[in-house]
Write a protein that binds this ligand. Structure first.
Ligand code: ADP
Ligand code: MG
Length: 277
């Protein structure tokens, strides 16, 4: 198999960015198409600063598409088209005056399947989250950043004595926390998580939930989950997405999570949260 040339960490990375203030994310009238096919129809959702917002709903209703639109990652699909606005603390991330990298540097993403660089060390995995820009960080700055990210990712105590071990040697749950740590290296203001625990066992899932609850003090979190108990345990606000046969996804109901689970206003939400879908 071909080997990838990875730049030496010493030479490559920017100085440690400062911690940034909490930010809200506000999606307004998001309509999305893949080619001719409309997959989201005028979806609006406010994701308050410092809270955890859960996106729930059946497969195929547009949750992942919506999440990717929140940091412009859907632009990687050439057929994707978008109408609407996404405001990060009031600034439209789609403003043509703004660089794409602005949005990506403020809004991190963690995926369903843990995807650390397996051959790279734990330390290098964390530092790989920084962009190559030419500016260099001192060794002590890099060490401080690695510790900061691994502490926030809930992994520091388990790996602090083996930071040079390969990321691929960790358990699945640890790998996912390493990915969370890596996403924190840019000091994001918002962290998007697409079913981050779906590939993990219940114990690892609970550890990640605890990590998220701690992290929400510093980073606004938006999580897609199929696990209703998880949505109830971690989120402050919840949005229920649905796409009726052949129609684009919409938000049927959103609001305070506890209220939505105990007293859903829409019969379809009631059916879904009670497992009748
Ligand atoms: P969810 O995450 O809720 O399961 P998705 O956002 O992945 O839903 O998908 C929403 C709809 O968009 C689905 O009908 C899916 O088939 C379609 N879709 C997703 N990604 C693409 C793509 N890259 N190209 C074309 N259609 C896509
Ligand atoms: Mg999805």
């Amino acid at each position: 198999a071909p080997t990838t040339q990875i730049p030496a960490v010493e030479d490559a990375y920017v100085a440690v960015p400062p911690t940034r203030p909490l930010a809200a994310l506000d999606a307004r009238e998001i309509t999305a198409w893949f080619g001719e096919r409309k997959v989201l129809d005028r979806v609006s959702l406010n994701m308050p600063a410092g809270q955890i917002t859960a996106l729930i709903g059946p497969s195929g209703c547009g949750k992942s598409t919506f999440l990717r639109i929140l940091n412009r990652m859907h632009e990687l699909v050439p057929s994707a088209q978008l109408a609407g606005e996404v405001l990060l603390d009031g600034d439209d991330i789609y403003d043509p005056q703004r660089k794409l990298t602005d949005a990506r540097r403020s809004i991190g993403m963690v995926f369903q399947k843990p995807n650390p660089f397996p051959a790279m060390s734990i330390r290098e995995n964390v530092l790989a989250g920084l962009k190559l820009t030419g500016a260099k960080a001192s060794k002590s700055d890099r060490d401080a950043l690695v510790e900061y990210c691994l502490v926030r990712g809930g992994l520091w105590n388990e790996v602090k004595d083996r930071l040079d071990a390969p990321g691929g040697g960790l358990s699945g749950g640890q790998q996912q926390r390493l990915c969370i740590a890596r996403s924190l290296a840019i000091k994001p203001r918002v962290l998007l998580m697409d079913e981050p625990c779906s590939a993990l066992d219940p114990t690892s899932t609970r550890v990640i939930e605890e990590t998220m609850l701690e992290l929400a003090k510093e980073v606004t979190i938006v999580i897609v989950t199929h696990n209703m108990q998880q949505a109830a345990r971690v989120s402050n606000t919840c949005a229920f997405f649905l796409a009726a046969q052949g129609t684009p996804g919409v938000i049927v109901e959103h609001g305070d999570t506890a209220a939505m689970f105990s007293n859903p206003q829409d019969q379809r939400t009631n059916d879904y949260v009670n497992g009748r879908f």
